[in-house]
Design a binder for this molecule. Sequence first.
Ligand SMILES: [Mg+2]
Ligand SMILES: [Zn+2]
Length: 176
Amino acid sequence: MHKAVILDRDGTLNEDKDYVYKTEDFKLLPGVIEGLKLLSKDFIFVIITNQSGIGRGVYTEEDMHKFNEKLIDELKKENIEIKKIYFCSHIPEDNCDCRKPETKNIQQARRDFDIDIEKSWIIGDHPSDIELGKRMGTRAVYLLTGHGKKHSEDLAKPDFIAENFMEAAKFIIKND
Ligand SMILES: [Mg+2]
Ligand SMILES: [Zn+2]
């Protein structure tokens, strides 16, 4: 079994806008490369992302895949491997079972990569990321990058609140 860090995408790894999907808008957040390198000694990585912009017609699934490829490529250049990106394209009103904090995608990741969920962590900048961790029994770090500051009031209790990705990574290594 593998220990994993389950990563949110927008506002966690790359800069968020209201909807970010153009590759020219792709920008990694500070500390992400260094943080992932630190974590990669002990953990595998998957990304789980809510992409309701597809369901809302703001951009297409193809746009998202291009953006994802850009992200994967930039990380690969640094010898960082993302095993897979799982996404939900629905809007909340669809009541699907894959939009975080629903658990379908994380369950699938667990099966795909034999993830030891209790020894795994989630990092995200939205309360739904922390809630997902609570539902699954991972530990969870909340990031104040991205949307983090906006939502920090209505938060299910994370194990740690980090100012940035590197701080999150250091906490995880220390408390692993
Ligand atoms: Mg996010
Ligand atoms: Zn969904």
